[in-house]
Design a protein around this ligand. Structure first.
Ligand code: ADP
Ligand code: MG
Length: 590
């Protein structure tokens, strides 16, 4: 038996246990109040089944539970160890008031640092109210470990939000009553009655912006079903605090699942970013052991391989299916920055003599200047504007990424769809395309390589040379042929054909960086995608290359047919969308 003695280490843990009790009692409303981060007071009122007066004193005894099943693997309630009320009441001043659903009267009991008082009648209409004052007052050593009020408060809010995500058919209210007379409602989620109540509850807890920038996930594998929402790769966060996992309705916080989620995003976000994910995993209760962690926050699956597949493949499928969904957060930021720039422009426009033609003596000067721009690579002038002819004006409907209209700053393609303007980062986009192509041909075992007319000799340090030669047969499979050239040199004979012209020295150095980060020599097979990703950066249309209309449109069409091309290999977005509606708003038309 796992003792739950260590379960209550901070106020939020008490809140979690009490919430679970209310949910187990089939409540439809749970009202939570706290004062000073729960250190002074926690009160939880529910409208559930209530506790019979004959069981009030029993409920706070150690190891006493009413949720008994023969076989622990069949347990469907949150609680089952009968430890929460006993451990909380032994270190606080607790009052329980309850009206059992088939009794006329309500009763209360007080437990003061474990000393159980007498049962008295009281006045409540329904359900149970549990009030905890001065948590840890009788264990000063523990009290010392509590953190600042803000920290404890944040933890309580997190616990309540997690519970609310898991139970959309229950109403939750969270109040801060630290300052008497100035009660603050921190969070309120009414019962979601809609068919899509789960989505609505997610919206309530995480906001509309998350819903807009997330995808549904729905996948099944060997008796496990995975549902929920996952963020667009470009909407990742710097920590894992926005990850929510439920196993058969039970809230868990599992590092393994978090690592698997990260794994699913491997190709799509950089190492220091983490996806926002909400997973509801359902399975037969025999496939998961919930009794392995004191706070019931971790579980053990009967097959970790199956779970691995479930999560990684589930994520990949969902990301690939929705490869081109634009990030609305970026659109909003663009909208806001346009709104601001409008104000800045006012200053410039006061300068009335800035007429383009008036600064040239004649037309020829103007032409020369524009040609000069081209020659001197002046970087704000580049690309070409395409004429709109009648036929193509219909086409933007057909293509998700529209028709390219222009290239600016030698790196950004401006394209027009039926109802939006897109800015595409050609370098980032092309990097993704090259990478996906390289991966595809690698796994088909046929990356084409192109021999160099003049093999390139590269000098390396002894250790670098060793690393690279150790991996040379594997690199050959990536289309890169190289061999020992004596002393401290290697000789590169051929390169992946897809790359075109590249700077070989910097390519080799980049591959070395990747190889050097491996812990064992054999890791290349496992991490081949990372190496391919590094290599593909080199073949990408670098920024600074002028593209003509055909090339630009070709790039857009390729993006549309390439999986997950809305972000480059490093998780940066490949395009941003500004809706026509927003353009109209900016001009005050809407
Ligand atoms: P467990 O939840 O593991 O049974 P607890 O110590 O959390 O153990 O609770 C002990 C018992 O008290 C529960 O089994 C339940 O019968 C009763 N109980 C606690 N809270 C409530 C509540 N809000 N509504 C109804 N019954 C409750
Ligand atoms: Mg319990």
């Amino acid at each position: 038996m796992i003792s739950a003695g260590e379960v209550i280490e901070r106020p939020a843990a008490a809140v979690k246990e009490l919430l679970e009790n209310s949910l187990d009692a089939h409540s439809s409303m749970i009202d939570i109040s706290y004062s000073e981060g729960g250190k002074k007071l926690i009160r939880i009122v529910d409208d559930g089944w209530g506790i019979p007066s004959s069981e009030l004193a029993l409920a706070v005894e150690s190891h006493s539970t009413s949720k008994f099943v023969e076989d622990l693997s069949e347990i469907e309630t949150f609680g089952f160890r009968g430890e929460a009320l006993s451990s909380i009441s032994s270190i606080s001043d607790m009052t329980i008031k309850s009206k059992n659903h088939d009794s006329e009267d309500a009763f209360e009991i007080n437990i003061y640092a474990g000393k159980v008082g007498n049962i008295k009648p009281c006045n409540i209409q329904k359900g149970t109210s549990i009030e905890i004052q001065n948590l840890f007052f009788s264990t000063p050593a523990r009290l010392k470990f509590l953190k600042k009020t803000n920290f404890e408060t944040r933890n309580i809010i997190d616990v309540v939000k997690r519970a609310a995500l898991g139970s959309p058919d229950v109403q939750f209210i969270l109040r801060d009553i630290t300052f008497s007379g100035k009660e603050k409602i921190i969070f309120h989620a009414p019962v979601e009655r809609d068919k899509s109540h789960r989505v609505e509850r997610i919206r309530r807890v995480l906001g509309s912006e998350f819903i807009e920038n997330s995808l549904e996930i729905n996948y099944e594998f060997k008796g496990y079903r995975l549902k929920g929402h996952i963020s667009l790769p470009t909407y990742s966060k710097p920590s894992t605090s926005n990850q929510y996992f439920f196993i058969n309705g039970r809230i868990i916080k599992d590092k393994m699942i978090s690592a698997l989620a990260k794994n699913g995003y491997n190709d799509f976000v950089s190492n220091n970013k983490f996806p926002v994910v909400i997973f509801f995993i359902e399975c037969d209760s025999s496939l998961v052991d919930i009794n392995v962690h004191p706070a019931k926050l971790e579980v053990r699956f009967s097959s970790s391989e199956d779970i691995r597949h479930l999560i990684i493949t589930g994520i990949k499928n969902s990301l690939l299916k929705n490869g081109l969904k634009p990030n609305t957060d970026l659109s909003n930021r663009m909208f806001r920055s346009f709104t601001k720039s409008y104000q800045n422009f006012n200053i410039l426009s006061k300068n009335k003599n800035n007429n383009f033609d008036s600064i040239f003596e004649n037309k020829k000067d103007k032409k020369n200047l524009l040609e000069d721009f081209d020659k001197k690579n002046i970087n704000w002038y580049s690309g070409s504007v395409e004429k709109v002819d009648e036929d193509t004006s219909k086409k933007p409907k057909i293509f998700d990424l529209g028709i390219a209209r222009a290239q600016i700053y030698k790196n950004y393609i401006i394209s027009q769809t039926e109802n939006s303007l897109l800015i595409i980062d050609q370098h980032a986009a092309h990097e993704r395309l090259t990478y996906e192509k390289m991966k595809e041909s690698y796994y088909d075992g046929k990356i084409k390589s192109q021999s160099l007319l003049l093999p390139e000799i590269i000098e390396l340090s002894i250790s670098d040379k060793e690393i690279i030669l150790e991996n040379s047969s594997k690199l050959k499979k990536c289309g890169l042929e190289l061999e020992d050239f004596g002393e401290n040199s290697i000789c590169v004979r051929s390169l992946p054909a897809i790359l075109g012209e590249v700077n070989i020295v910097s390519l080799i150095n980049d591959i070395l960086k990747e190889l050097a980060s491996f812990e064992t020599i054999n890791e290349l097979d496992k991490r081949i995608d990372q190496v391919l990703s590094r290599i593909s950066c080199h073949g990408s249309i670098r920024s600074g290359r002028v593209l003509n209309a055909e090339e630009m449109n070709h790039l857009l069409r390729e993006m549309e047919s390439t999986p997950a091309s809305a972000q480059c290999n490093h998780g940066r977005p490949t395009f941003i969308e500004l809706k026509l509606l927003d353009i109209e708003k900016l001009f005050g038309r809407k």
